[in-house]
Design a protein around this ligand. Structure first.
Ligand SMILES: [Zn+2]
Length: 100
């Protein structure tokens, strides 16, 4: 009888791992640099202006190519070197196409 328990236990573990990997991939988005879904949200900061305007800036980092991207609110991801140069709206000529 213990064999049945072991098989059920193995199946349960596999299922749990599948659920964990599904949740894992849902949290991650494709990297604009290399296309792998290893872009991870690493930081958020809230910014306020004196006239009451507020927004959120998020920093993402890719585990595959080590690229860093920022975005304002729900805006496009902007590579860090362009962001620090003042760009906030992405590159008009480069549009990310989801490979899935
Ligand atoms: Zn990447």
């Amino acid at each position: 009888m213990w064999q049945v328990g072991a098989i059920v236990g193995m199946f349960g573990a596999t299922y749990a791992a599948f659920l964990a990997s599904a949740a894992f991939s849902l949290r991650r988005r494709p990297c604009p640099g290399c296309g792998t879904k290893l872009l991870r949200h690493v930081a958020t900061r809230r910014l306020f202006e004196s006239d009451g305007k507020r927004w959120i800036e998020s920093l993402y980092r890719c585990s595959a190519c080590r690229g860093e991207f920022l975005r304002r609110d729900k805006g496009p991801l902007v590579p860090r070197h362009l962001w620090t140069a003042g760009m906030r709206d992405g590159i008009p000529t480069a549009r990310l196409i989801d490979r899935d």
